[in-house]
Design a protein. Structure first.
Length: 225
């Protein structure tokens, strides 16, 4: 069965819907999620009148024999990520329970990683228009800075991405080969999740002071006398 692709969260109040599907680690969850988001975008060029989209998006550096198509983008994480446990007190509750089971998704920490998005185009106009379109796509909602993506390949968890910096990357050699490149840096974070099982709780009652008219029924009642 094909795993659904990453989804942008547009509605602030939409509740999460967790699953038991885990195909990646946290770092790859972030790079794959951002790459899938980029692959869904198209930019309407104001100056050129063209609709631009990425013909290829990679979540890691491709093999040398890969035939490149432009515009293209590569998402990668060259630096160390970190685990931040300062905001997490894991507790089982109805929101993180896997439907129909006694399994819960609990997070003891958050994984934080800077991601680089390198853009490859073959002319100045398309580079400018793609960069402009990405500046909007990296801030697509009014209720937060950055954006949230739902990651079906990592428990359907939600990751947060915040734009950090951008630059054009021009060299004489690239200009001679008709490469026009740009780079974005985004700070991304996603909960580090584990699955735990908790037996279903059963109610307990004390009957020390119960009167003679009290009747208790039900198969799941545990009586302390």
């Amino acid at each position: 069965m094909t795993t659904p692709v990453t989804r942008l969260i547009r509605d602030q109040s939409a509740p999460p819907s967790y699953t038991a599907v885990r195909l990646t680690d946290t770092r790859t969850a972030l790079t794959r999620g951002l790459a899938e988001y980029l692959a869904q975008l198209s930019v309407e060029g104001e100056g050129s009148g063209r609709d631009l989209w990425f013909r290829q998006v990679f979540e890691t550096w491709p093999e040398p024999e890969t035939q490149a198509q432009y515009p293209a983008a590569i998402v990668y994480a060259p630096d160390l990520g970190s685990y931040d446990s300062s905001k997490f007190t894991p507790m089982p509750n109805a929101r993180n329970r896997l439907a129909g089971t006694n399994m819960y998704l609990l997070s003891h920490s958050e994984f934080v990683q800077d991601l680089r998005v390198e853009i490859w185009t073959t002319d100045l106009v398309s580079r400018r228009e793609i960069v402009s379109g990405l500046e909007a796509a990296f801030n697509p909602v009014s209720w937060m800075y950055g954006f949230k993506l739902e990651l079906p390949h990592y428990y359907n968890e939600r990751a947060v991405f915040e734009l950090k910096s951008m630059r054009y990357m021009d060299t004489e050699e690239d200009a001679m080969r008709r490469y026009r490149k740009a780079e974005f840096v985004l700070t991304a974070s996603v909960p580090l999740v584990n699955v735990f099982e908790f037996p279903e709780a059963k109610p307990k009652f004390r009957l020390d002071e119960a009167g003679p008219d009290v009747v208790i029924t039900g198969p799941n009642v545990v009586v302390d006398c």
